[in-house]
Design a protein around this ligand. Structure first.
Ligand code: MOS
Length: 708
């Protein structure tokens, strides 16, 4: 293990363990000593309706109501497109859409008054069935080779449809934001968030102040997993509009039901796959991917892009055609969740490959192995796998952990008896960092180091520690290059008044991309270091030279500079009387490059893998025909805990990436992405049925067993 991989105590370990960390809900007063007003959202009761009138009860002094008429700037939240309003426009587009916010000193009183508001609606016909949705926010198409010819010449053509459901991020800390007008006229907005400068951009637009009028800070954040990538921009604008009107601090912290029901989650999907097989090999793949975007487009463009780029999987298939659409339904907008579109398509392609192999009478593991991409091969977008593809070695590692091949063969034979077993496999990647040229053309990250006269060094960057450890790993990198004890280097929560824009905390990019900027900055500082002086250095992102430029209009070029790789195996025992599946073992080899702190990376791997197993099995969430989410509590929406998968074994395979710090690649998202196909294949083996959707819970097992 490299020296940099040796684990240290996390910088925020003590305050978190001792309960000293101050989360947004913990503020009794603002830092300037002011009383904080409580804001609560007035939400739509219908999935689609015209709002005819809002009749307020008499409001006591100090209580007020804001809606779109109070927005000083633009009623658009700056995300990707301009369709998400701060407060509802003439029509509401989903159940729970914020129409306005009621604000006052006493929370109970605000709640009471909120219940007395009378809203008159004219109900309209909502779209609540993805199959009937006809408005595509985004519609992409790409490919290479000659798919039609390959289908015409095939020995056999396979077609199948796959479905996946919602997944809720279920972070420990719910969404919450607070806004406070500052003495100098700026609006100060802070809370639980991943992307300070996204919130900054959104606020500047909604308040119409321009960037100089806005000040953003990230409070201690109890998890994000993508759920706090775009949403804090929306809630941030809402509390800021209220604070602007009240000219007083306003905070809005959701309760768990509100958070689960009305904030973004993973896109449900329907993927149609068609594959051609000739002489035992897959020669063409044609996939049509649809994502349920919900009522507004928010992040769906980028989620869909990542999903469709991954649609052909890790296989060398000469002819590729992919179409993808993010469709509007009158439901809560979907957004980012660890994996960002890829868990859906990897579930589809992995399961498709299994089913083809089974039909051909081949072992699914061997069938996948003989199609694996190699270094130098083309990617789905005519880019290149520039670096070694370690999947064969990783497969052997997982075989060692799980007795994968032996058990897979054993369980593939017909089973009888109440309890039956299965072993499933998945092989996959996660594109490291932003998709396409976003890093180069849009983000243009800058990071700084500030050295104080006493020799301590502060990291100045905008990446949020959301549990993944950048408050520790950033200083670790800098201390390593400067030969300082890590106590001498620190990284505060980002405050846009003090730090440059080093980009958002998304896409498994922080450590790989910003960590590398900091490593180079540290080397610069080392070279000019003068004892006793205050000094500052700065670094800017530069795209690696080897990259084939990416063109989004054609989906051509390197969508990612490199890839993290994953091999998962899951062993289950299914009780055919109850449908319950016990996970006997979950095994993985993950290649995220060099771990910059072994314990932190293993925490990410274990946690992400477990979240993926939840997505595969018990995390079922759906809306009814009226468009209302039916699972809005941890009673109705189950997530796994360590007790559900006691035998979870992860090994790291290190394929160093030369442009990441010490060889590190993107890590955060990878471990979630491949769990569902491995789990569902294991269930297939156990019950001897062909399955095509995830999550697959006990009820699904019973239903599948009853099908003849
Ligand atoms: Mo992340 S799922 O790219 O916020």
């Amino acid at each position: 293990m490299k020296a940099i991989s040796q684990s240290i105590r996390k910088k925020d370990h003590d305050p978190k363990i001792e309960g000293r960390s101050r989360y947004l809900a913990d503020y009794n007063f603002t830092d300037s000593g002011k009383e904080i007003l409580c804001g609560k959202l007035l939400r739509s009761r219908y999935a689609k309706a015209k709002v005819l009138s809002v009749k307020l009860p008499e409001l006591p002094e100090g209580y007020l109501y804001v809606d779109r008429g109070d927005i000083p700037g633009d009623n658009n939240v700056n995300i990707v497109l301009d369709d998400t309003p701060v407060f509802a426009r003439e029509t509401v587009e989903y159940i729970g859409e914020p129409i306005g916010m009621l604000v006052g000193a006493d929370e109970k009183e605000v709640e009471r008054l909120l219940g007395e508001i009378e809203v008159e609606y004219e109900e309209l016909e909502p779209v609540t069935d993805l199959r009937k949705a006809d408005h595509a926010f985004f519609n992409y198409e790409f490919g290479h080779g000659d798919v039609e010819k390959a289908f015409a010449e095939a020995d056999k053509v396979y077609e199948e449809e796959f479905r996946t459901g919602y997944q809720e991020q279920a972070y420990l800390e719910v969404q919450g934001m607070m806004a406070e007008p500052e003495e100098d006229g700026k609006m100060y907005v802070h809370g639980s968030l991943q992307c300070p400068y996204y919130v900054h951009g959104a606020l500047a637009r909604a308040l119409g102040t321009g960037p100089d009028g806005i000040h953003i800070f990230q409070d201690v954040t109890g998890g994000g997993f993508g759920g706090k990538e775009d949403y804090p921009s929306i809630l941030g604008c809402q509390v800021a509009v209220a604070a602007h009107k009240a000219q007083a601090p306003v905070r809005c912290v959701f309760d768990r039901r509100e958070d689960m029901e009305f904030t973004p989650k993973r896109h449900p999907s329907i993927c149609k796959y068609k594959m051609a097989v000739k002489d035992g090999r897959v020669t063409a793949v044609d996939c049509d991917v649809i994502f349920d975007a919900g009522a507004y487009s928010t992040l769906s463009a980028v989620v869909l892009q990542r999903g469709i780029i991954a649609a052909p999987g890790v296989y060398d298939i000469p002819n590729v055609h992919v179409t993808g659409r993010a469709l509007k339904t009158n439901t809560v907008p979907c957004g980012a969740y660890r994996g960002f579109g890829a868990p859906q398509t990897f579930f589809a392609v992995e399961t498709m490959m299994n089913h083809i192999a089974q039909d051909m009478g081949e072992d699914t593991i061997r069938f996948k192995e003989k199609h694996l991409v190699k270094q130098g091969d083309k990617t789905s977008t005519n880019g290149k796998y520039h670096f070694p593809v370690p999947l064969p070695a990783m497969l052997d590692e997982v075989d060692g952990l799980a007795q994968l091949r032996k058990k897979h063969e054993e369980y593939s034979k017909p089973q009888t008896g109440r309890c039956r077993r299965g072993m499933g496999l998945s092989v996959y990647f996660h594109g490291a960092g932003f998709t396409g040229s976003g890093e180069r053309d849009i983000i243009k990250a800058t990071a700084k180091l500030h050295k104080y006269a006493d020799g301590t060094v502060e990291v100045l960057a905008s990446n949020a520690d959301i549990g993944q450890g950048v408050r520790t790993t950033f200083p670790k990198i800098v201390a390593h290059e400067l030969n300082l004890p890590v106590e001498k280097v620190y990284y505060n929560h980002p405050d846009t008044a003090r730090v440059p824009d080093s980009g958002p905390t998304v896409a498994s990019r922080s450590l790989m991309t910003v960590g590398e900027l900091l490593r180079r900055a540290a080397i610069k500082l080392r070279d000019i270091w003068v004892e006793g002086e205050e000094q500052e250095v700065e670094e800017h992102y530069k795209e690696p030279d080897f990259m084939i430029p990416f063109y989004l209009d054609r989906f051509e070029g390197d969508a990612y500079p490199t890839y993290a790789w994953g091999v998962n195996a899951v062993e289950v025992e299914v009780d055919t009387y109850t449908g319950l599946a016990k996970i006997l073992g979950a095994y993985a080899s993950f290649d995220v490059g060099t771990p910059v702190d072994y314990n932190i990376v293993m925490g990410q791997m274990d946690g992400g893998f477990l979240q993926g197993l939840g997505y595969a099995s018990i995390e079922k969430m759906d809306y009814d025909s009226k468009g209302r989410i039916r699972n809005n509590s941890f009673t109705d929406y189950l997530i796994p805990t360590a007790l559900d998968v006691p035998n979870l074994k992860v090994t790291l395979h290190v394929e160093e990436y030369p442009d990441g710090p010490y060889g590190a690649k993107g890590a955060g998202e990878l471990p979630l992405v491949g769990a569902a196909p491995a789990y569902v294949e294991a269930i297939e083996q156990a019950i001897g049925r062909k399955l095509n959707h995830a999550p697959f819970n006990a009820e699904d097992v019973i239903a599948a067993l009853e099908e003849k």
